[in-house]
Design a protein around this ligand. Sequence first.
Ligand code: M6R
Length: 604
Amino acid sequence: MCGIVGYLGEKNSKKILLDGLKELEYRGYDSAGIAVLQNGEFSNYKAVGKLVNLEEKTKNYETKGFAVGIGHTRWATHGKPTELNAHPHLGESSYVVHNGIIENYAELKKELINNGTVFLSQTDTEVIVHQFEKNLQTAQTAFDAFSQTISELDGAYAVLLVTASEPDTIFFAKHGSPMLVGVNDENEKYFASSDTPLIGHCTNVNYFEDGDFGYVTSDEMMIMAQDGTKKEAIFSKLTQNKLSAQKDGYRFFMEKEIYEQSDVIADTLMGRVGDEEIIFDELDSNLFDGINEIKLCACGTSYHAAMSASYLFERYSKIKTSLEIASEFRYRSPIMSKDTLFVVISQSGETADTLETLKMAKNAGLKTLVICNVDNSSMVRLADACILTRAGIEKGVASTKAFATQVTVFWMMSLYIAKLRKSISDADISKQVSLLREIPTHVKVSDEMHERIKRLSKRYLHGHGFFFIGRDIFYPLALEGALKLKEISYLHAEGYPSGEMKHGPIALADPELFTIALLPEHLHYEKSKSNVEELSARDSTICAISSREFDKADDFIKIPTCKDYMLEFFEMMIVVQILSLEISIRLGNDVDMPRNLAKSVTVE
Ligand code: M6R
């Protein structure tokens, strides 16, 4: 996830900006840069990779006395992680840094290019600085030009801009991406996209609200609300605990990442969900030419996301879809035919088993696609095509938001292919597209729901095992729920198809066998209900998750009524993630770094 810092004051700006960026390293990035305006002159440095590269580039650069400066760590979304794509982006005499996504950047860019503007990067961000400079030509003040620019942007952003025309000012805007400003007794101003860079420099901070924009100088802070009315800053005390600031006050990174899912899914959808269809600018339209089968290959959580894709692809895209566990695939003698699109799924893009299968598919001459969270990873570099999931860095070893964004991508992909193959009507695609837009709302965690699950979790700290059960696409969700629980609680858990329990596992049923039953209202409800009743009749302890009341359960977690089974899928995903989290916390385990596990498995 990208990070922003800004500084206005008399101290060593270079050091303050680089130190600030270091504090944001934990969020993940693939390039970084700073721009400092001092004595009417800009200095700008950018580097790909880790911050040491930027430090090396700036080692002979000194800043003494008053300056304004901005800095950025970039996690690539539009365009590769290169120096040209790294922020800050330059216009004629202004620089900008930006977090988020400008949805209408393509239209703005087209217009600017038609008027002779030359773009250096592939990013959406660069339009902001050019648009500002275009407006500056006719505006009375730089702030007027900035306000006009902000009103022309659609999407999510946190923006800092510095310009030679107002050399003692930093302009800011926030809409949908976090940003705060800190002050102290020395008339300095510090900006950042999260608390940590400000700790030790500021005592009081103002968290901007969506729609806020304005500017700061040494003596002034002007904040405007979206409707153009002036606002007063509301200062609060800044925490002095860095680790807890990194976790944004959550107890564990996993918890923070569960709560982030609404935002990151919105990022995943952004620019890809058209009025009535799915747009993947990153895919060549001929990728699916001559393809009669899709083979999905992955490990762990990514494999579960792949399994959910197999249901969606066959249901909507009407294309034959097969599924492979990477560690198995690589050591058998698979038949690979050229009419198969080979798709690997990986959060990290580095998992050794998955990477190897990608190499095998390439060697066999298959077209390849990777669904990945990390640009420039080994898999992204190797595959013919790539869709980035845009989940931002995931620190918790137990994957949560990566899974959520993978499933979102697959739902979008199933409709994209359906459109190409005309496998379902345009009206049905359009209906699905509007459902997709609702995911971010359905994955918002309510305090009430969290509290209920937390209370229930105390009943599930022992027993001789858990069965997570579901049918259809809720089966991969059951597998994922069980994986989450075993990874962080060390309790034995299995995911099972509901209808398969009677073929063996039901023999285990007794009060100490915990069944977590996924009962979606909109998909095979009656069938799944009968399967749970069979277990209930044999005295298994049942925790049912559904929007419909279910009286055969010992515990019941009610999700809101949804319009579609896929929205129920995302609601239940949140429930199983939080249930695992709370059980693990009660057991006193290290949620973020469970024993014996690594975040990225780069060995066999
Ligand atoms: O980076 P990848 O998605 O390729 O990783 C695959 C698995 O190692 C990973 O999903 C693992 O199962 C997680 N710990 C699940 O929470």
